[in-house]
Design a protein around this ligand. Structure first.
Ligand SMILES: Nc1ncnc2c1ncn2[C@@H]1O[C@H](COP(=O)(O)OP(=O)(O)O)[C@@H](O)[C@H]1O
Ligand SMILES: [Mg+2]
Length: 167
């Protein structure tokens, strides 16, 4: 499966979620490759730092911050159980490419109106991608927010509302 962790906004937790998801799958015995599609290369930096410190490698990280991602990701997926794409902020071309490659899109959001507005742009790109790929699944992931809090309930209700208008 190819999972793309996307949100136009920076700092919402894309890299954190992508690394944890890849790590969790690897610990369960799956072969995983993480594609760092962010030109800033935070996931690559993380992986290189671990190599320097001789920490055991859980999964491979490759840097692929280019618009040909939609052709290259399925190639990589052929030799792995799962591919996780750590998406870029802002770059619409890269984001479109990731949306063309993915089976599932995860959109991390934090409980703030700023995140809501940025997610609207991401949802517009998602809607566009679904013209070509109607089966493309997408889910919001509430980040940095206690699951049982009032704000979590409010944001979940808001996300459900948004998803109804941008299914
Ligand atoms: N659930 C979380 N709890 C605490 N800190 C978090 C959490 N998710 C992300 N962060 C922190 O927030 C910052 C931004 O996260 P990052 O994954 O780099 O976001 P993005 O990739 O969307 O720019 C980082 O310093 C990261 O350690
Ligand atoms: Mg990132």
């Amino acid at each position: 499966m190819i999972v793309a962790v996307l949100n136009q906004k920076g700092g919402v937790g894309k890299t954190t979620l992508a690394l944890h998801l890849a790590g969790e799958w690897a610990l369960r015995g799956k072969s995983v490759t993480l594609i760092d599609a962010d030109p800033q290369g935070s996931a690559l930096d993380w992986s290189q730092q671990r190599a320097r410190e001789n920490v055991a490698r859980l999964f491979g990280v490759v840097g692929l911050a280019r618009d040909t991602l939609h052709r290259e990701a399925p190639e990589i997926a052929r030799t792995a159980d799962h591919v996780v794409i750590d998406g870029p902020p802002r770059v619409a071309g890269l984001m479109r490419s990731a949306l063309l490659a993915a089976d599932l899109v995860l959109i991390p959001v934090q409980p703030s109106p700023f995140d809501g507005w940025a997610s609207a742009e991401t949802l517009a790109l998602l809607r566009e991608a679904r013209i070509y790929r109607p089966q493309l699944a997408a889910r919001f992931v509430l980040n940095r927010c206690g699951a049982r809090t009032i704000i979590a309930r409010e944001i979940a209700a808001l996300a459900a509302e948004v998803a109804r208008f941008a299914p």
